[in-house]
Design a protein around this ligand. Sequence first.
Ligand SMILES: [Zn+2]
Length: 396
Amino acid sequence: MLRVCFHCFLLIVMAGAPALAKPTVEAPRSGTHADFLRVVLDLSEALPYRIFTLPNPPRLVVDLPEVGFKFPVSKNLKMPQVKALRSGLFAPGLSRLVFDLEGPVKVLRAAVLPPNDRGLHRLYFDIAPTDNKSFASKEARKALTSKKPLPKAVYASAVPSIPIADRRPLIVIDAGHGGPDPGAISVSGAYEKDITLAFAKILADTLRRSNKYRVLMTRDRDIFLPLAERYAVAERADADLFISLHANIHAKSSIKGASVFTLSERGADSDADAAALAAKENGADAVAGAASVDQVAHILGDLMRRETMNLSKNYANRLVGELAKETVLLRNTHRYAGFRVLKSPVVPSVLLEIGYLSNRTEERLLHQKKHRQKISKAILRALDSFFLWQEAVNRS
Ligand SMILES: [Zn+2]
């Protein structure tokens, strides 16, 4: 006769039950020792990890399986050798902490300790200052990892299955930033990544409801995506237009208004502000602790690039016209700068800076659903006229 003990039965049932909650991580703490600094992360359960450093600027990265962080995305730590900390979802199933360092460090050791009396498992790693040369060496790039490996970061390729008969133009909406990259931080402490995502969702909804467009979002949750991957999504899906949404900050809090960017030709940026903004936005990969690699998937003639660029400019001008009916614009509304996210040679691309998070009035507006809908409708009207014009050109 088969006898199953009650405890075994319970274990089997529990193992079969779906995971109810993500493991959690508490804010890191540190202890100074004679020769090193020990950084401790309290985990709700023992987790696999990967720890490595990155140069230019010096950073230390801790990768974990997808976790819930019990502290803000962008956090100033009172920790020696560390300037700031960011955290968030880096790829599906993979969370990341990025420590901005005061200078080059070496990771001496790392381990997960058995649970303490609060039931928390402690992941610790010891760091010590090192020289620039050894920090830049190949040896220093080697990660310290747990025995159990972490999943590799694979970005979700959001390519929809599209019925062949569906000939409606495909619009890719890109909500700027995400995960450990919060983007700009507003006067009231809101993150650009949350504002762009909220806007992107309303824009996607507006376009879908119009029934005239197919819509694809590069991200629909709080997750990081490298800049090159964002336009690669549009290229793989053979999109007709790529719209990247951002919100800006300026040292002068009186500055406000929307602006539309297209890629500058050979670094001919409109103005110093535009160039500085592009440099900041182009740093998004570094902020999230990712290597920046542009995908060179196409070897295309100048003619093709020029055609794409002309279409981008054409849409940008229509968009400026429609936005002018709804909101305050920067005086120099259509500007050019070397944004990496706009570098697809095949998909016409624009970047919309919806407004300034450093201006209190505008920040309040950017949080309003009504304002988001108004901007979305302006984008839709600009799309309508853009594609009508294209149809007419193709017929003639
Ligand atoms: Zn941005």
